[in-house]
Ligand binder design. Structure first.
Ligand SMILES: [Zn+2]
Length: 324
């Protein structure tokens, strides 16, 4: 009997020790990423910075970087911060329903949104080359483990419509990476990125027609350059953020998900089964493995029709028709 009691006590203590909740005003250090210092050695971009707990809601905490709170020049848009948190609570149920739950390393049932001045080329006032855009947000799964918290980072200075997209896109990465923490090729993120973009569409984060048209305009450039890239073949490095091919791959990846979900499957339960298969089967597998497995399970490809037939024949016809 004593032994049982001892065991129960240890369980209670360990549970208690791993739960971390925060009060407004509480200051905490989080691992962050410096885009400029990460070239050419990725890990050189890792650094820690202090944040203050700004607000909490049903599903989230918002922390704001102390550098912003203490600065005279950096103006925090408090209305936008409140809207971002409200949107997160609105999106959370539908994202959970379609894709599954987030990680909860700190065992507090809430996800953390960090508002920071992201250290990119604009932060350092560097000379800007063509095609360079400010980094609006990021998610890096390794940081969650290093910090033992579940969080994404968003830049404090971005248009409202972009902010909601950034929020959903980066949050999706947590769901996916939590299930697939050790991909064979870290740079092969095609399924992960395509679904993160599709999550924006799914939530109606921005008007669905406008979102489709926007992604199409990116694809148009791709096709006008005589290309029709297959983003899922593992050859595109998604960490190469200044290369335009990657942008075309994001658009093509998203649109392929749109094609399968909205044009082929249509039915809500079938869509959920497809997304579930993509995320929760072939764990850590390549994008090609994951996609082939999911498409095969849904009966979209089989012995008579392989992925190339679907992508370069049927899907390409659909895209071309839309562009004309
Ligand atoms: Zn992404």
């Amino acid at each position: 009997m004593k032994r049982v009691l001892f065991f129960v006590l240890i369980l209670v203590i360990s549970n208690f020790a791993f739960s971390e909740s925060f009060n407004i005003g509480y200051s905490k250090s989080f691992w962050q990423f410096d885009v400029v210092k990460s070239e050419p050695v990725f890990e050189k971009g890792y650094y820690q910075n202090d944040f203050t707990c700004y607000s909490q809601s049903e599903f989230s905490y918002v922390f704001v970087e102390n550098d912003i709170l203490e600065s005279k020049d950096k103006k925090l848009d408090k209305v936008l911060v409140n809207k971002i948190q409200k949107r997160f609570d609105d999106y959370f149920p539908i994202l959970s329903e379609y894709f599954g739950p987030p990680s909860d390393l700190d065992n507090n049932g809430k996800f953390i949104i960090l508002i920071a001045d992201i250290r990119d080329w604009f932060y350092y006032d560097m000379e800007i080359q063509e095609g360079m855009e400010p980094i609006l947000g990021y998610y890096w799964f390794a940081f969650n483990g290093m910090n033992n918290n579940d969080y994404l980072t968003m830049d404090f200075d971005q248009p409202e419509i972009d902010a909601y997209g950034t929020l959903v896109h980066e949050y999706f990465h947590n769901i996916y990476d939590n299930v697939n923490p050790e991909p064979v090729n870290v740079a092969d993120r095609a399924v992960n990125e395509a679904l993160a973009h599709f999550a924006i569409y799914l939530n109606g984060t921005m008007d669905k027609d406008s979102y489709c048209n926007w992604q199409f305009s990116i694809l148009k450039k791709d096709i006008s350059l005589g290309k029709f890239l297959n983003p899922f073949d593992g050859s595109h490095d998604y960490f190469d953020i200044v290369n335009p091919d990657t942008h075309h791959c994001y658009a093509n990846g998203y649109f392929f998900m749109y094609y399968i979900s909205e044009i082929i499957l249509k039915d809500d339960n079938l869509k959920k089964r497809f997304f579930n298969t993509l995320i929760y089967e072939e764990i850590n597998g390549s994008s090609a493995q994951k996609l082939n497995n999911a498409l095969y399970n849904m009966g979209i490809i089989d012995c008579d029709k392989d992925f190339d037939d679907l992508f370069f024949d049927e899907y390409k016809k659909f895209v071309t028709k839309h562009l004309n």
